[in-house]
Design a binder for this molecule. Structure first.
Ligand SMILES: [Fe+2]
Ligand SMILES: [Fe+2]
Length: 255
């Protein structure tokens, strides 16, 4: 079983680019299951029905979100009716689910989305919340994949090590910068700190660079505007052994 995860898809350019590249990577790497982070797919952050539909049409099985989950009102309908999940450690009454279980090639695959608290959101403990969910579902699932949407490398590494042997794979999203630290942890969990972003390269994390430079130099707030130009798609392929259901290899994707 080969699982492809795509890093934060940013804006129209990112969505259109991902559509073409996901198909290419799926062919080249024999992909069975695709997870895409869509929290920045709409203009001005968030996700809309249109961007979600395009991401699903390009081959995604599940869309995960993050701190921008609720930036667009369409998301409520998507969370209730499509394979779109938001971080599981949002407060209890938040609409939608943070875990979804899907069947592919005779395997039951759970995808859990969680969000970090360091320099990000004041939400429930991701450690306790994710572990509680894994304990609930472990007997009915073959593979458990966690998209940890977090800012700090320390928090990501800590969660992955805490979940070592419980989760099949833990990968990070949110920073939009791919890290070169993919490895299999001692307990068998595959881990990479961040899989990167899918969007315009000549930008600051997908946003027009002059706006971000001005914000840093003046401390005056300014509305983000997405960059345009040449795109790149970042992500990772997780190879899972069909007999043991363990992650055996991680291949970073840069297309
Ligand atoms: Fe993002
Ligand atoms: Fe984010």
């Amino acid at each position: 079983m080969n699982i492809l995860a795509i890093g934060d898809i940013v804006g129209n350019f990112g969505v259109d680019y991902a559509s073409a590249k996901i198909k290419k990577v799926c062919g080249e790497h024999n992909i069975d299951f695709v997870i895409a982070n869509g929290e920045n797919s709409a203009v001005g952050n968030g996700i809309t029905r249109e961007t979600a539909q395009k991401i699903f049409n390009s081959g995604a099985d599940v869309i995960t979100l993050g701190n921008h989950a609720f930036s667009k009102k369409d998301v409520v309908n998507l969370l209730l009716n499509m394979s779109v999940i938001r971080p599981i450690n949002y407060p209890e009454r938040t609409v939608g689910e943070g875990c979804i279980i899907k069947e592919k090639k005779g395997k039951k695959i759970a995808v859990i989305n969680a969000i970090g608290r360091l320099n990000l959101l004041n939400v429930d403990c991701p450690f306790k919340t994710v572990m509680r969910k894994i304990r609930q579902i472990k007997d009915e699932c073959d593979i458990i994949i966690v998209d940890f949407h977090a800012e700090a490398t320390s928090e990501k590494s800590a969660l992955a090590n805490y979940l070592d042997s419980y989760a099949t794979v833990v990968y990070g999203t949110h920073t939009h910068v791919q890290t070169a630290d993919e490895r299999i942890l001692p307990g068998g969990t595959g881990f990479i700190t961040d899989i990167g972003m899918t969007g315009v390269t000549d930008s600051v994390l997908g946003v027009k660079k002059d706006i971000i430079i001005r914000r840093f130099m003046t401390q005056m707030p300014e509305r983000f505007s997405l960059a345009d130009g040449k795109c790149e798609m970042r992500g990772a392929v997780f190879k899972i052994d069909d007999k043991t259901n363990k992650c055996t290899e991680i291949v970073r994707i840069r297309e």
